[in-house]
Design a protein around this ligand. Structure first.
Ligand SMILES: *Cc1c(COP(=O)(O)O)cnc(C)c1O
Length: 343
């Protein structure tokens, strides 16, 4: 068996998620989310966030982000996002498609992060009728370049959003890694920072399929069930999307796995940073390490069978650790990398 560093979605399903799936595969149960598993999973998410939020399960992150943003805007609105945001770079235009034309406005920012002043500037730049009116802002936590917003940074963005009447959306495909790394309560970086809606990732944390769209702004959640259905995102055998969440949320399993992935990234960083010629591109604060490698070295590593991407975020090679990455995997990669430089 070989594990790779291409993405956390190369990994399989955690034993806990798998066991819950198997448990759900007994007898019959009501369809379309009217089953006990879906109820339980939504209740557990409310317990995690310590607030009565509205929860919807969809198949993937592109749908979660696009539908949540479409639900936060009218077609003549715009959404402020970082220039390397997944919604811009990796969703094939789905946010604009589901938003019926609502436009993403791209903002720069160090370390893959938006800043309150950047948001303020973007809004004040144009306020006339000819410009797509900013109505939402989206951040990614942890970010596309493996960094983290601090709770204070998120609160500052949240208050800027409020000041300008923007809805605050969070792409949390790797929310678990952020929670594990920051060691804060989930509420502190979501609704207490002003987040209206979170796309809470399950897949990259070890579920087979499915993300939760969590509305802290419950008024905004109105009729989202219809939008999800129209978007082809209402699963008829919903219990097979929701049950794994019960397995993962029980006893903090989701945080345990995310913490492990983060620890493997820290080890990867330590080992590869020590190899002469390797440049680390971003501080590795979650489960990814971004490095600059010479083209021949990349080719040698690929030829040895190590898979990793070199086009994510702002470029460079991304080494992504997952719930099942082992210390031997990381050490094996680092040994081969050192050899690739030496040969
Ligand atoms: C993986 C990922 C998503 C979700 O992608 P899908 O392939 O549509 O599930 C969303 N945002 C970020 C930052 C991601 O890395």
């Amino acid at each position: 068996m070989q594990r790779h560093f291409a993405s956390d979605n190369y990994a399989g399903i955690t034993p806990e998620a798998w066991a819950a799936l198997q448990d759900a595969n007994r007898d019959h149960a009501p369809a379309y989310g009217n089953d006990a598993w879906t109820q339980r999973a939504a209740d557990m998410i409310r317990e995690v966030f310590e607030t009565p939020c509205e929860v919807f399960f969809v198949f993937n992150g592109t749908a979660a982000n696009s539908l949540a943003l479409a639900h936060s805007t009218q077609s003549y609105h715009s959404v402020l996002c970082h220039e390397v945001a997944h919604v811009e770079k990796d969703e094939c235009g789905a946010p604009e498609f589901f938003g019926n034309g609502s436009k993403l406005l791209l903002l720069p920012g160090e370390l893959g992060k938006l800043t309150p002043s950047g948001i303020d500037d973007a809004i004040r730049r144009r306020t006339d009728i000819h410009y797509p009116k900013p109505r939402a802002v989206t951040v990614t936590q942890s970010t596309e370049v493996g960094t983290l917003y601090t709770p204070a940074e998120l609160r500052a963005i949240g208050s800027m959003a409020k000041q300008h009447g923007l809805r605050f959306h969070m792409d949390g495909a790797r929310f678990a890694n952020a929670i594990a790394a920051l060691g804060v309560a989930p509420r502190e970086i979501t609704w207490q920072a002003g987040v209206d809606v979170l796309c809470f990732g399950g897949t990259k944390n070890g579920i087979h399929v499915g993300e939760a769209v969590v509305f802290f702004n419950r008024e905004l959640a109105r009729e989202f069930d219809y939008r999800a259905k129209q978007g082809g995102q209402l699963c008829s055998k919903m219990r097979f999307v929701s049950a794994p969440w019960v397995g993962m949320l029980k006893d903090g399993v989701w945080i345990k796995y995310a913490a492990h992935a983060n620890a493997m990234a820290r080890l990867m960083h330590e080992l590869v940073a020590a190899i002469p010629g390797v440049a680390i591109l971003f501080p590795p604060q979650a489960n990814a390490v971004f490095v600059n490698l010479p083209q021949p070295v990349i080719q040698k590593m690929w030829a040895k069978g190590w898979l990793f991407y070199n086009f994510i975020g702002e470029g460079g090679c991304r080494l992504m650790c997952s719930w099942d990455t082992t210390e031997e995997d990381v050490r094996g990669f680092a040994v081969d990398l050192a050899a690739a430089f030496a040969s």
